[in-house]
Design a protein around this ligand. Structure first.
Ligand code: F6P
Length: 551
């Protein structure tokens, strides 16, 4: 295991401190003094056009951030990741989501195994299965085609599939609908299965470990519901589960134990982190919905950005620059959160997806050798689609006291080219996208407010300080490939931040304690007086409240 480099000991970090001390954001001046600024600080990665000119960047900052990348050996760690070294040190695993989207004629041997061949074997099985279901050749217990796909999973086995399914709705085959069950709250199973026809449903139980309490509990409830429904309809259930349940997992033994036929199980590998798995068999529901060709385009989009990240010079390397800028914001400007604001209703689950990707990855307090970090890590990612966010929380971004760097995402072409007379609705929408980063950058001075005839006593309330950093990301359209590119972009941004911070971005020990305690509390909740007495006073009080109020 190589030793992590403490970033705060590097020459670049010291230089960034100096640059920060002398830094006073002034976008009006920056653009006035440098007419080339917009062009000089905008970059292309695949189909993504990325404008960093309204970020806190100048030539010195950019050069020093690139220097920081060198001093923290991002290129070396990136190569180690791509070639399958065990860079997830606390779990002793390779981190190879990039292998999931490499072309079939590539090869990569990791731990004695050709992982590209393995990936394409599973993809071919997924595609064959998807084609059978989509064409109606795969039939349910009463001979009907399966039209409602219910994915049961949580975390990485849910967020990616839901987000991508929602994002790619225009590509979903007519007559196929996907639903998603994740929460162990029985409401989720109850509501999601309302109105589902057991004769035409396909359940996908997706769990990397196949031991996750939520997923296994929900899968059992779904199976009981399914068998009861068949019984109520007088349908013999022999062989029914095999026709209506498939699984996605790295743990094929547990899948078999659950009662799902091995031929109906789609595998993946321990080198795919849950939050990096939508492009593995975990994306089966998406492949069923949008079809193999579109799924292959989705994977090709990821690969485009993997190639960009691996080959483009640091000065033009978009994930690298965006990751480094995030470090600049977090560690030098104290930014605790980062907003991601897609001007696309289809991306309404994108921020939720990114929350697991970024926060489960970089919410760490020790370096990968176990020593304490020396600086802040992992910011909170959040967001909602524009323009809804504008009418909710943008006030705080514009005029509040916190610095919130924000990524704005938009597409030149709408899916619905709707017009009201001459008014193109997409242009109205994009007007908001362009206006927001402009208002955040350039603000409105007191003199400009006064010039509008504003009474003096409310002038200050109407001033917009501006100089809020944003990144604009645009693409021609939200296609499967572009969605893959966006996801890969954020995966690599997350990687860059994690490497600078010297942490293991690929483990997630912080989710374990609560899971264990939930299990341990079961007897106390079920009424075991000794178990209840052993609890801390607050927990005991809350469980007692539950006992008194549960009717
Ligand atoms: O919440 C922890 C976690 O392990 C995530 O990392 C993972 O995506 C999720 O649980 C679900 O795990 P599994 O796919 O094994 O059911």
């Amino acid at each position: 295991m190589s030793k992590p480099i403490d970033p705060t000991t590097t020459a670049a970090w010291n230089r960034l401190r100096e640059l920060h001390n002398g830094f006073s954001a002034n976008f009006r001046e920056d653009f006035a003094q440098d007419p080339q600024r917009a062009g000089r600080f905008s970059f292309t990665a695949g189909d993504l056009f990325v404008d960093l000119s309204k970020a806190y960047i100048n030539d010195d900052v950019k050069a020093t951030l690139v220097e920081l990348a060198k001093e923290t050996n991002i290129a070396g760690r990136r190569e180690a990741m791509y070639r399958g070294d065990h860079i997830n040190v606390t779990e002793n695993r390779a981190v190879l989501h990039t292998a999931l989207r490499r072309p079939k004629d590539d090869s990569l041997t990791v731990d004695g195994q050709d992982v590209i061949a393995d990936v394409h074997d599973v993809l071919e099985r997924m595609y064959a299965f998807a084609n059978k279901v989509r064409s109606g050749q795969w039939k349910g217990v009463t001979g009907k085609p399966l039209t409602t796909v219910v994915n049961i999973g949580i975390g990485g086995s849910d967020l990616g599939p839901v987000m991508a399914y929602e994002a790619l709705k225009p590509y979903v085959k007519d007559g196929i609908e996907c639903r998603f069950i994740s929460n162990i709250d029985p409401t989720d199973v109850g509501e999601t299965l309302r109105g589902v026809d057991p004769e035409t449903v396909l359940f996908i139980v997706a769990s990397k470990t196949f031991t996750t309490l939520e997923t296994i509990t929900n899968a059992k409830m779904a199976r009981a519901w399914f068998l009861n429904q068949l019984k109520d309809r007088g349908i013999a259930d022999a062989g029914a589960v095999a026709k209506h349940f498939v699984a996605v997992s790295t743990n094929l033994e547990k899948v078999a134990e659950f009662g799902i036929e091995p031929s109906n199980a789609f595998g993946f590998w321990d080198w795919v982190g849950g939050r990096y798995s939508v492009d593995s068999a975990v994306g089966l529901s998406l492949a069923l919905a949008i079809g193999p060709d579109n799924f292959a385009d989705f994977l090709a989009g990821f690969h485009t950005i993997d190639e960009h990240f691996a080959t483009v010079a640091p000065e033009e390397n978009v994930p690298l620059l965006m990751g480094l800028l995030n470090v600049w914001y977090v560690n030098f400007f104290g930014a605790a959160t980062h907003a991601v604001l897609p001007y696309s209703q289809y991306l309404h689950r994108f921020a939720a997806y990114l929350q697991q990707l970024t926060m489960e990855s970089n919410g760490k307090r020790v370096l990968w050798d176990g020593t304490e970090v020396t600086t802040a890590t992992g910011e909170v990612f959040w967001g909602e689609p524009g323009t809804n966010g504008q009418h909710a929380f943008y006030q705080l971004i514009h005029q509040g006291t916190q610095l919130i760097p924000a990524d704005f995402i938009a597409f030149a072409n709408p899916t619905y080219a709707l017009k009201d007379g001459d008014q193109d609705q997409h242009e109205l929408f994009l007007g908001n996208f362009f206006a927001q980063t402009k208002a955040l950058a350039f603000g409105k001075t007191a003199d400009e407010v006064r010039a509008e005839g504003t009474p003096e006593e409310i002038v200050s309330a109407r001033v917009f300080p501006g100089n809020k950093p944003t990144t604009s990301i645009m693409a021609p359209s939200l296609t499967p490939s572009v969605l893959g590119q966006l996801i890969a972009l954020y995966e690599h941004i997350t990687f860059v931040q994690g490497i600078v911070w010297g942490i293991d971005s690929f483990d997630q020990w912080g989710v374990e304690l609560g899971k264990q305690m939930a299990k341990d509390l079961t007897p106390a909740i079920a009424g075991d007086a000794d178990a209840l007495a052993a609890q801390d006073p607050s927990t005991r009080m809350l469980v007692e409240y539950y006992h008194k109020n549960r009717s």
